[in-house]
Ligand binder design. Structure first.
Ligand SMILES: *Cc1c(COP(=O)(O)O)cnc(C)c1O
Length: 235
């Protein structure tokens, strides 16, 4: 341990994360680092595990299945990509959190599979920010409509919100988007819906996770800052 490139990168990212928490006056360790391992080999994910990273984020179910069996069973896997309803069964089997629920039809599919297995699945609602033509994410009003329907999905535990702001070089550009999501979170929390928790905010990636921490993120999803640049598919 200690000498792989991933161990060095993990130490740097965790250091920056703790520093951002301190700057923001937040408790040390209140933000969880989700290591995004899409396109990363199982071998390198295992290096990350040995470097002390224990929560991994994947965007493709099939790709994740090839790695999950090769990591210790204590590893936690979050799904962060666009989820097709026909993958709901596999998704509830292997992911402890599905961060990208953005429509009622997907919640229906997850509910069906989770209740069939007799389990409860943690989910975040993914909301769209910026006017970029991103494929995924509910509108803010759409997210409010979804939480009002929470009683239809007793096997899903709605824990908070997730968002992916448009990519820019300047992390400050993401700040208003992060802030808007936090305000939406507060607005939803104020509805006092008994089935809905709003404790989690998954905001921030390699370029802007420090700003996200300052704006209240509880989860940051970091890939390239840990594992290096990905092939063009996901750049
Ligand atoms: C790929 C991906 C990330 C990680 O992006 P980096 O810029 O490499 O840190 C985070 N969140 C989602 C949803 C992703 O698809």
């Amino acid at each position: 341990m200690g000498e792989t490139p991933i161990a060095r990168a993990a130490a740097a990212v965790l250091g920056a994360l703790r520093a951002a928490e301190a700057r923001a006056g937040r408790p040390a360790g209140c933000v969880r680092l989700v290591a995004v391992t899409k396109t990363v080999s199982a071998e390198h994910v295992a290096d990350a595990w040995r470097a002390g990273l224990h929560t991994f984020g994947e965007s493709y179910v099939q790709e994740a299945l090839g790695k999950i069996d090769r990591l210790p069973p204590e590893a936690e896997w979050h799904f962060i990509g666009h989820l097709q309803s026909n993958k709901a069964r596999q998704a509830v089997e292997v992911f402890s959190m599905i961060q990208s629920v953005d429509r009622a039809s997907l919640a229906d599919a997850l509910e069906r599979e989770a209740s069939r297995r007799g389990i409860r699945v943690d989910v975040l609602l993914q909301v769209k920010v910026g006017d970029e033509v991103t494929k995924s994410g509910a509108s803010f009003d759409g997210a409010v409509a979804l939480v009002r329907r929470a009683p239809e999905w007793p096997s899903l535990r709605i824990r908070g919100l997730m968002a992916i702001p448009p990519f820019t070089e300047d992390p400050e550009q993401a700040r208003p988007h992060f802030r808007a999501v936090r305000v939406l979170r507060d607005r939803i929390a104020a509805l006092g819906l008994p089935e809905v928790e709003m404790g989690e905010l998954s905001l921030g990636m390699s370029a802007d996770y420090e700003v996200a921490v300052e704006e209240g993120a509880t989860l940051v999803r970091v890939g390239s800052a840990l594992f290096g640049d990905r092939p063009a598919r996901d750049a």
